[in-house]
Design a protein around this ligand. Structure first.
Ligand code: SAH
Ligand code: MG
Length: 208
């Protein structure tokens, strides 16, 4: 990944450690070789979008990224991952959309990364384009994480990659919903794990 993009990714507000972001970039590059677009659930301020977008740009495919931009439960005031800078003073609500735009402009990825503002399940239900990669990093409640999997996994082309963030087998390390999605995908028989592409809490599976 080129130095300028890497610097923008590192500087962006968000929840993607650099080593996991670089692993995500490698998964994106592998998936994009098939020529199909990539899709991310959970844009936030665009940090992971830069890692994935770098891979998409190099392969000449688009990265779609979906978020309602009002934050997950844990981003709301009073919760562990709240960031005061992201509150829109006019509404008092979290609004990460302007920060996402800034990140993508700084990265020079406006021709590659397409932001979609809305609820993941609603967009998934209307979606018709086969995807080369789906990256799930949206809401971390059981309901939200499973809805993202149920909504988006069917749009993955055969051989496409399913990447899941915040997979913590040990409850002491974090919430269990992404881990349950990961276990469910493997148990379905429809996916096998690509151990070499995972890193930290990032797991990468290939659709059979
Ligand atoms: N990938 C980001 C972090 C994502 S945080 C990074 O690299 O930093 C999770 C995001 O998911 C939040 O921005 C939240 O608004 C979004 N989200 C949660 N539930 C959602 C839903 N049902 N539909 C769309 N976006 C959702
Ligand atoms: Mg995450």
């Amino acid at each position: 990944m080129d130095d300028r993009l890497l610097q923008v990714a590192r500087d962006a507000i968000g929840f993607m450690p650099d080593d996991e972001g670089l692993a995500l970039e490698r998964a994106g590059a592998e998936a994009a070789r098939g020529g199909l677009p990539l899709l991310e659930v959970g844009t936030y301020c665009g940090k992971s979008s830069v890692y994935l977008g770098a891979a998409a740009r190099d392969a000449g495919v688009l990265l779609f990224t979906v978020d309602h931009h009002h934050g997950s439960e844990e981003n709301q005031p009073g919760w562990e991952y709240h960031d005061e800078r992201l509150v829109d003073p006019r509404t008092g609500r979290l609004d990460t959309l302007p920060f996402f735009r800034r990140t993508i402009v700084d990265a020079g990825l406006e021709d590659t990364v397409v932001g979609m503002v809305g609820r993941s399940a609603a967009v998934a239900a209307a979606w018709r384009t086969p995807l080369g990669l789906v990256f799930i990093d949206g809401g971390h409640s059981e309901e939200a994480a499973h809805a993202d999997y149920e909504g988006w996994a069917p749009h993955l082309a055969g051989g496409g990659l399913l990447a899941i963030h915040d997979v913590f087998p040990d409850p002491a390390d974090g919430g269990q919903a992404p881990f349950h999605v990961y276990e469910g995908a493997l148990a379905s028989g429809g996916f096998r794990e690509l151990e070499g592409l995972g890193c930290g809490s990032l797991r990468v599976l290939r659709k059979r």
